[in-house]
Design a protein around this ligand. Structure first.
Ligand SMILES: [Zn+2]
Length: 175
């Protein structure tokens, strides 16, 4: 009976050691992986379940589709030309706009919106130092961009719901 008891205690120690190790690795992961900020944002704020469901459905579907996205605009060099081609081909796209550029060329974002394209968020400054400075700075990069889009397209409290991390093309988050 005594031996059994010791074995059980050892098992308990082993179990807790594994838990502590797991938590330690999780901590390392969240410190090093910038998306943890986005997960935090998603928890805290205006998380929209409908957008998630829609994206989940798309991901699970067997149907083959290509989605066009354009980053870093609007710019007088490219946006107008892109919009002309999309109109000609009758294709809709998503524009991941940068807040400071929206402020410079609101008329181009308005055109994107009025021609049926989706306006998504790519941060205000496209600057990783500002984006990852702290939680407040991160939220500010997103909310100030949405605010600038709101002004440009004339829609109150516009929330683009999708944020694409600057310089990390394949990392996007829903909020
Ligand atoms: Zn970019």
């Amino acid at each position: 009976m005594k031996i059994m008891f010791i074995k059980k205690r050892k098992l308990i120690y082993l179990f807790f050691s594994i838990i502590i190790l797991f938590l330690f690795f999780m901590l390392i992961f969240f410190i090093n992986y910038p998306s943890s900020f986005a997960i935090e944002l998603k928890k805290n704020s205006f998380f929209n379940i409908d957008v998630t469901t829609t994206l989940d459905d798309i991901a699970k579907s067997d149907e083959k589709k290509a989605y066009l996205t354009f980053d870093d605009g609007p710019t007088t060099k490219a946006t107008g030309k892109i919009l002309d081609v999309l109109k000609e081909e009758n294709v809709k796209a998503t524009f991941f706009v940068v807040g400071k550029h929206v402020k410079e060329h609101p008329e181009l974002v308005k055109r994107e919106y009025e021609e049926g394209h989706y306006i998504a968020n790519h941060g205000y400054n496209h600057n990783n130092k500002l984006l990852y400075k702290d939680m407040e700075s991160f939220k500010n990069e997103i909310t100030s961009t949405d605010l600038e889009i709101s002004k440009a397209i004339g829609v109150e409290n516009y929330c683009s719901h999708i944020f694409r991390f600057p310089n990390r093309l394949y990392v996007s988050y829903i909020y």
